[in-house]
Design a binder for this molecule. Sequence first.
Ligand code: HEM
Ligand SMILES: [Cu+2]
Length: 547
Amino acid sequence: MGATAIPEYNFLRYPKGLKSWLLTQDHKRIGVMYFAAIMFFFFVGGLLAVILRTELFSNRSSFMSSDTYNQFFTLHGAIMIFLFIIPSIPAAIGNFVLPLQIGAKDVAFPRLNLASWYIYVVGAFVCLFAIVSGGVDTGWTFYTPYSTTTSTSVVSMTLGVFILGFSSIFTGLNFIVTIHKLRVPGMTWFRMPLMVWGLYATAIIQVLATPVLGITLLLLILEKLVGIGIFDPAMGGDPVLFQHFFWFYSHPAVYIMILPGMAIISELIAHFSHRHIFGYKAIAFSSLGIALVSFLVWGHHMFVSGQSELAAIVFSFLTFFVGIPSGIKVFNWMMTLYKGSIEFKTPMLYALSFLFLFTIGGLTGIFLGALPVDVHLTDTYFVVAHFHYVMMGGTVMALLGGIHYWWPKMFGRMYNEFWAKVACVIIFVGFNMTFFSQFILGTKGMPRRYHNYLDQYQPLHAFSSVGAWVLGFGFLIFMIYMIHSLMRGRPAGNNPWGVLGFEWETTSPPPPENFAKDPVLSHGPYDYDTVLIQRSDIAAQRPVGRA
Ligand code: HEM
Ligand SMILES: [Cu+2]
């Protein structure tokens, strides 16, 4: 534990100057720049959410017109999906962690990596332009025929999302090649940390699915600008075709959002249980299984679109298969915890929150995948609750766990553990208040995307809104102690958690070239039982008297 000072020679300080940041090819700096960007958009999207919930507190005294409401929920959704959650874990955390974890000096194509960051920034500005030049009110899904007829800035918004797609594709490409080519000698596929497996499965989807979204949005733009007639029945097109195209990307995209979250959870659960992860291969292959199945179920978003009965039944049936690999993961995580010597540090608290919330999100997804149930629940608050449980209860909790876990490596400083735990508990409670109530609202028939509602829904809506304020308060605390950590945090030392992994063998923050001397692989990623006795930095962290 002895390290006391932050090493002078680290990637944050060297090379010096603004230009060295703007032209950097260092995956760690690019990761940090992505991190700053996604956190910015998370807070913008979160602010919009709190405003929406405040408006929904009561069905009468509203401070927003219906049109403004439509714009706000669209912006909230689009920002959260395209600017925040899709790039969040892969581009920010993954960029920083992946090469370190496989003992590499950088990603395979550092310049492409930097290009992906600039493309992201350009895409973000185009989206922001859409917001200031009239906004968008279609929902984040841009469904035709409404999106081709509304006078809001659909063209610039979809163009922005089109551009963002390239940044995602480039990150995916880069990671695939990096994982194939740059692993340290001796790191076979089954000796990779599970984070790497998760990022690999994600990258495959990013590369294969995102082009479909790109083309769809391009067609939508052409439809709007020159009336090409792909989606408009009056010209021989079909509006439902848009839904097929859109969900052919967007269902796999929900796994772009959740797989990297699951990857972080595998790491946190193994390391904070100080135990070999249970069912390593099952977890690794289930990531690939999820990636594969994700391409076969898009029609479950379209049960009421008028698709054929046969299609609906097939999609419903296939959807149940998604439950299997996810269930395998949850089972193996539970088995890892069982008999582990669990350390309840903040990252682990987020991992346990994830287990609880993602299970609710996943199981309610099975409800919605059941054709006869979905016909009733579709477009109600049940859906809103379901996807927030998955995306926020799942991915955001995992992201927060990952941030707390790798923060000391990224910035070389610890945060205040007490306040971090307090914030975690507040976020957990606020989250459940906000969104559990919405399951009930949904089953009672409250439709989503509505500005006003009947009196009978008031108490639950009010409760949900109070929950959103609690949630916002939790994030405020998070912001404060993290900023405090950046300025005053205690130096972390190389391995503050006493865990295995190449990233913990170099200094915090690491030097620009990652490792002072080439790392050598001497054990598997979770070999606590064999390595423990030999390594003082790991043994020192262990609670006394536990085996
Ligand atoms: C800070 C906590 C959050 C709150 C209080 C919140 C609240 C809301 C509200 C009030 C709506 C509109 C519901 C409606 O009228 O139908 C909504 C929609 C949505 N939210 Fe959130 N949200 C939060 C976090 C997130 C996160 C983290 C994500 C994704 C990463 C997300 C993604 C979405 C999406 C995709 C929609 C659908 C937009 C649409 O219907 O087009 N939200 N949220
Ligand atoms: Cu889906």
